[in-house]
Design a binder for this molecule. Sequence first.
Ligand SMILES: CC(C)(COP(=O)(O)OP(=O)(O)OC[C@H]1O[C@@H](n2cnc3c(N)ncnc32)[C@H](O)[C@@H]1OP(=O)(O)O)[C@@H](O)C(=O)NCCC(=O)NCCS
Length: 223
Amino acid sequence: MNGKTGNEPKRHSPGASRDGEPVIHTSASLHDCKLGRFCEVKERVLMRSSTLGDYSYAERHCELIYTQTGKFCAIAADVRLNALNHPVHRVSQHKFTYRANEYFVGKKLDHQFREKRMQEGRVVLGHDVWVGHGAIVLPGVEIGTGAVVGAGAVVTRNVEPYAIVAGTPARFVRWRFEPDVAKRLLRLQWWNWSHDRLADAVDDMAGLEVEEFLDKYDGGIEI
Ligand SMILES: CC(C)(COP(=O)(O)OP(=O)(O)OC[C@H]1O[C@@H](n2cnc3c(N)ncnc32)[C@H](O)[C@@H]1OP(=O)(O)O)[C@@H](O)C(=O)NCCC(=O)NCCS
């Protein structure tokens, strides 16, 4: 991460910049966020107290609230990562109970409530996660490395690495790869490779079957 925040100047480019500078559309709104190298944040994305790991991108109209995202995550348009809960146990669940400062002179923001939502409700995505169009991830959910969330899913429970889930509530559809292949990928951790090493490997990533790729790059180490 290079520590860029949403408060710095924004610029627009049709894709990732090749120098690694994050690209943030001028219509995006970011507060207290960190973006890694080669990140892209598209039109009207809203991010609050969230991070995007290197090479990750958020497509149009996404909302990421208190969300930690690993590297190489692809977040499709209209996704909501962390749909916050209102305090249903209170007399009123309306925001005037925790944002009293917006309604009454001399009243304060309920920092404790905000802190609790931020800490206990944080959404965490591993690396190489693909979240399909319009999916909603509820507070506190962790989505493992390599997982896929289907279009329109409502994810209420944690998702295992390399699982594909879909539906409302999201249910397991299938594994993306056989368990031994997933284990080899998790051990290889290609997402931590340098940009130069990725440049050398990208044709094989696109062209080889995953097992061929692993045989070439992990030397066929037994697991
Ligand atoms: C989740 C997804 C990757 C699954 O692909 P797949 O493994 O090829 O799955 P299949 O098409 O074989 O479907 C398997 C089952 O899951 C169901 N299913 C697939 N995607 C679903 C979805 N998004 N929501 C609900 N059910 C879904 C299918 O109906 C099927 O159910 P059945 O066995 O009862 O008939 C894909 O369907 C999807 O949602 N992709 C997201 C596309 C997107 O959002 N693109 C945005 C641009 S980045």
